[in-house]
Write a protein that binds this ligand. Structure first.
Ligand code: COA
Length: 166
């Protein structure tokens, strides 16, 4: 008998106060703080200070109209928060970013999310879809390479760019 892996149901939910709380719960359960937010001083792990900083980070960058610089979505996999996706405009470029909880990686979710981000970027009218990662991040590199993006490696940094126009 052949076993066909089930493709999980992947949707993007625009970030708001309700989904931000779900996102924090997912991050605490399934990710290291350094994978999902800028460094915060103090002992390792999800301290109260880091949880507050995580909420403040997303409020500042996405939810507060006075300071927002990007659009963020909660990645829902089979109805439960599993990570976040973002698009940030820089002139004609739109920069994409994704993180998934550890237990959700390697199941095709990132690939599906990248396609959804690409669709959103096209609708936003940017000329180029860009993303960067580190040289040792093989899954992120495969993901970006799979989109047909041109990849530029500069020491530890990898920059991916895909024209959207035409
Ligand atoms: C990078 C990330 C978003 C990829 O999402 P994912 O759901 O794990 O990736 P997918 O399962 O969709 O696989 C995407 C590609 O990477 C490959 N891949 C997946 N895991 C891999 C691994 N551990 N090593 C090498 N390649 C891997 C897959 O085979 C696939 O390539 P293919 O289309 O050529 O078969 C996810 O691993 C993650 O959240 N990592 C931590 C945060 C991060 O590094 N973000 C990157 C910012 S751009």
């Amino acid at each position: 008998m052949r076993f066909t892996p089930r493709v999980p149901d992947v949707t993007l939910t625009p970030l708001d106060e309700e989904s931000l709380v779900r996102l924090l719960v997912a991050a605490v359960a399934d990710a290291d703080p350094l994978e999902v937010m800028p460094p915060v001083d103090g002992p390792d792990g999800w301290t109260d200070r880091r949880r507050d900083a995580f909420l403040a980070f997303h409020r500042h960058r996405t939810l507060d109209p006075a300071t927002a610089v990007e659009r963020t979505w909660v990645i829902d996999v089979d109805g439960a928060a599993a990570g976040a996706a973002r698009l940030e405009r820089h002139g004609d470029d739109v920069e994409a970013g994704i993180w998934l909880g550890r237990t959700r990686r390697g199941q095709g979710v990132g690939k599906r999310v990248m396609q959804l981000l690409l669709d959103a970027a096209k609708q936003g009218g940017a000329a180029r879809f860009v993303a960067s990662t580190t040289a040792d991040n093989h899954s992120a590199r495969s993901l970006l390479d799979g989109l047909g993006a041109a990849m530029t490696v500069n020491q530890d940094e990898v920059f991916a760019a895909l024209p959207l126009s035409g």
